[in-house]
Design a protein around this ligand. Sequence first.
Ligand code: SF4
Ligand code: SF4
Length: 480
Amino acid sequence: MAAPLTSQSATEDGPLYAPRKKIYPQAVKGRFRTLKWTLLGITLGIYYLLPFVRWDRGPHAPDQAVLVDFPGRRFYFFFIEIWPQEVYFLTGLLVLAALVLFLMNAVAGRIWCGYLCPQTVWTDLFYAVERWVEGDRRERMRQDSQKLTLDIVSRKILKHGIWLVIAWWTGGAWVLYFADAPTLVKELATLQAPAIAYTWIGILTFTTYVLAGHMREQVCTYMCPWPRIQAALTDEHALNVTYRYDRGEPRGSMKKNEALRREGLPAGDCVDCFQCVNVCPTGVDIRQGLQLDCIQCGLCIDACDSVMTKLGRPTGLIGYDTDLNVRARIEGKSESRKFVRPRTVFYAVAIAAVGLIMIGALAFRDTMGLSVIHDRNPIFVRLSDGSIRNAYTIRVSNKHLAPRHYTLSVEGLPARLEAIGTEAGSENTANFSVGPDQTFEARVLLTASDHVSSATIVTFVLTDAESGEMVRVSDNFRGP
Ligand code: SF4
Ligand code: SF4
């Protein structure tokens, strides 16, 4: 019978702290393995190649499609350019990612972990290298149980060498997102790259090698908080990799179960071959029920399906299913798949809402900006003719990739405006240009007669001379 959701390392039957047993996952073929290879190719391909994709933004901006430009204080993502003050777009992206993860979990449990999580993807790749160099499960177990020979040592050196190359390339690809990739590759090759690039490559080489090569399933079982969070978010309708014990039990050897069937006695389809356990990358026996350690990768489904096919029995003894359905079948009721339920609807609506808000914010965001800071000390100055002067620092931004000409004016007070370092316009305006994708800072002096109250609201108006686009920012004009 299915056990409740639990961690194998701390069941009532076993010790709370037990030495780790090394896991030797066996190679397996099947539709879920193919799906995992496909996703591995796509995700790693995107990660390693994306920095080399070019995106023409004109002569005044970098042409790398995805770039975190710390010196220029910009984040470029294809046609989107994010300024530091627009970091809320990244917050929106994180909220969106979390909601998508919740929805995936509500539909099919930890499928993120089984197919797309970087830890799973790189561990899978490292296992593939290990199998290629040292052989499949049995050969690796045999090698580890016998004394070291020259052949074993040379295989281990080769395996760790390939792992280190993959880990180094992983770290190398990461830093390419922070500088012009082709230039940085040349600089790295000629040892002329900045020290910070080598430092990050070193850190990521080490972490990839340790996490994917040595810690493997322990990251998913002990370090990652997602299984605990996921367990709190899931419900009984979420599809999980499930051993259909209604069909599999009572388990027994093929001969024993066939003999039972001939006698008309109950016999399950599970022949207790342990193939589902042998292929599991986290060492789970799914026949004990849903467990926190299971990353829902579906490899045990492939293993069991091939056993069932060889035995001439229907496949699907293990599959994406729910315990509710298992119980329904036992009770002779019909199965159900409830994808549309309050939590999936809520997540879908929330994803749509956040997505639409972000698209709207991107489509209608200002392409020019104005910030105004009033001088704190002195707050105002009385001039010799008795008039009052206030000083401000303004910062104007131009998010276009072409120069723009602006006019700055003031409303709300009959005052003379003077912007130091700009061309004078009429008495109340100043004209200036701001280069493409740049900001411009100026000191602005407002001078008014002394018939002003102690605090009058003034509005600075920035107008694009060509398009007429305007930005308004209000501040105080202080008097005695
Ligand atoms: S692979 Fe299938 S038949 Fe073999 S032990 Fe697992 S569930 Fe039973
Ligand atoms: S029990 Fe099956 S689905 Fe779960 S981690 Fe192991 S192989 Fe993957």
